[in-house]
Ligand binder design. Structure first.
Ligand SMILES: [Zn+2]
Length: 216
């Protein structure tokens, strides 16, 4: 049961297909576990469809029509869902939308140590905009602000910050003006999926000096 969700505007942008890839990936991961947000996205899609239906049809040139037909001819059929997909282990802890990229288990990733109690894994081909952070129990992240949006989903464990307590499935949808210092709860470490569309803004000198080395 999740209690923190993406903003409605984020879900609307997701349904319109206008979010940056990294942010859209975190929304997709959250939608895989949240019926509440799935309903909002479905409603937004219905609004989009009814708006499209009200548009006057426009005539299409014969060359554009030919291009589209050629494109459809070249589109490969998606392979049928494999049987393997249906016999997934119940204990897989990677959200379904990320499994093609990460496999099934968070522990199997090649985590890179950043500081005591803090490890990260940057998702391949994300241009360092999408990362996983593994925070040991009770570890405090450096206080930071943002120069752009940040969307974080908790995959395992929990953390607390100025905005509340975030547990597995919860999402923090942060605007550039939010300043926070997440602390992993003490009973279990925390693994988060984090999308940023601009670098973080650290307050302390040491995190600022380390920032270029960890592509934060
Ligand atoms: Zn939700």
């Amino acid at each position: 049961m999740t209690t923190h969700h993406p903003d409605l505007s984020t879900l609307m942008s997701y349904s319109a297909g206008s979010l940056p890839d990294a942010i859209a990936t975190v929304v997709a991961a959250h939608l895989s576990v949240c019926n509440h947000c799935n309903r909002h996205v479905h409603e937004a899609e219905q609004i989009g469809i009814s708006l499209l239906e009200e548009l006057e049809p426009a005539a299409m040139s014969s060359s554009a029509k030919g291009d589209i037909l050629a494109l459809l001819d070249n589109t490969e059929q998606a392979p049928a869902e494999s049987c393997e997909e249906k016999t997934l282990p119940d204990d897989a802890d990677v959200p379904a939308p990320l499994r093609p990229l990460l496999g099934y288990y968070l522990d199997d990733l090649h985590w890179k140590s950043m500081a005591p109690g803090l490890k990260q894994f940057i998702l391949p081909a994300s241009g360092s905009k999408l990362r996983l952070l593994k925070i040991a129990p009770g570890t405090c992240m450096p206080s930071h602000g943002h120069t752009g949006s940040e969307l974080t989903m908790v995959l395992k464990g929990s953390y607390s910050d100025e905005l509340g307590r975030f547990c597995a499935g919860d999402v923090a949808d942060l605007d550039p003006d939010v300043q926070h210092q997440p602390v992993a709860d003490t009973h279990e470490g925390c693994i988060c999926l984090i999308a940023t569309d601009a670098p973080l803004r650290f307050n302390g000198l040491v995190p600022r000096l380390l920032q270029p080395f960890f592509q934060l």
